[in-house]
Ligand binder design. Structure first.
Ligand code: GDP
Length: 291
């Protein structure tokens, strides 16, 4: 929790510094609402969700604005964040998102997370467009003790996914995590590539992938949401990972996910290390965000 709190310190400052004391134990006034509205918008909560929060507060007739605000926020962040793991291994996860959002790092963090629960992990380097991504994943594989399946740069990403999932199935590994390409400027090609990757995985393990996690970079604020909507149209996303929540005042987009995307946040990234990924918990998140 302390780690999360430190990670969210900039967002907490931007949203609540000097404000939480005023809200605590007091009724709502127009001045407070105005100040809060401004803060929410500045933290990239976005207009629809900001208006929703303000409206809910207005209607609440609360005697403790801070407690009520917490409740509204927890409600906005309450998702079914449980992973859709199958009865029979392998559990197949693909990680999608725009380049630079922290996709490859998230794959590595997920590997460390599953390893720490005693699972065996296979990683698939299906972002074949960037040699650096393949190299990066191989290094992470070594560090986290996961097998990495990779081809050369420019290889067919679906072939890599096929090999990774087949390997896991044959060797009875517990979890397969596939890194994918994220070149949004070639949207049509990317869509076809991602569809093919998912189709091929389903041929090896019927019903897979069980999770399609979309990575959103918190520092890109509302832009991240726009990109997320594009990905949601391309593939059947099952959950969101918000990365780089550490050191940004724009963590507010977390609050916008329910209204804008209607997808559960499953994990958050609060640093560059393998251990800096946390399963998402609404109550804990709000407690860390508000002093
Ligand atoms: P990809 O292109 O989407 O695969 O992005 P990468 O995984 O290569 O990450 C891009 C950069 O973001 C790297 O420098 C990562 O270390 C960094 N990064 C990823 N996740 C986080 C996070 O949660 N917090 C911070 N501070 N940096 C992160």
């Amino acid at each position: 929790f302390e780690r999360l709190k430190t990670g969210l310190s900039r967002a907490r400052k931007a949203l609540f510094e000097g404000l939480s004391q005023i809200l605590k134990g007091s009724k709502i006034s127009d001045e407070i609402l105005e100040e809060l509205e401004e803060r929410l918008l500045m933290a990239d909560v976005g207009y629809p969700t900001t208006e929703y929060i303000i409206e809910q507060l207005k209607q609440s007739k609360t005697n403790d604005a801070l407690e009520t605000l917490k409740e509204i926020m927890i409600d906005l962040l309450s998702f079914d964040s449980k992973l859709n793991s199958p009865d029979q291994p392998p559990f197949v996860i693909t990680v999608v998102g725009v380049n630079g959002t922290g996709k490859t790092t998230t794959v590595a963090k997920l590997a460390a997370y599953f390893q720490s629960t005693g699972k065996t992990v296979v990683l698939g380097a299906a972002d074949t467009f960037r040699a650096a991504a393949i190299e990066q994943l191989r290094e992470w594989g070594e560090r986290t003790g996961s097998t990495v399946i990779y081809h050369s740069e420019g290889a067919d990403s679906a072939a890599v996914a096929f090999d990774a999932v087949s390997h896991a199935k044959a060797r009875e590994k517990d979890v397969v995590i596939i890194d994918t390409a994220g070149r949004l400027h070639t949207k049509k090609n990317l869509m076809e590539e991602l569809k093919k990757v998912h189709r091929v995985i389903g041929k090896v393990v019927p019903g897979a992938p069980h999770e399609v996690l979309l990575v959103i970079d918190a520092t890109t604020g509302q832009n991240g949401l726009v990109q997320a909507k594009v990905f949601k149209e391309m593939v059947d996303v099952t959950g969101i990972v918000i990365t780089k929540l550490d050191g940004t005042a724009k963590g507010g987009i977390s609050l916008a996910i329910k209204k804008e995307l209607n997808l559960p946040i499953k994990f958050i990234g609060i640093g560059e290390g393998a251990e800096d990924l946390k399963p998402f918990d609404a109550k804990e998140f709000v407690e860390a965000l508000i002093d």
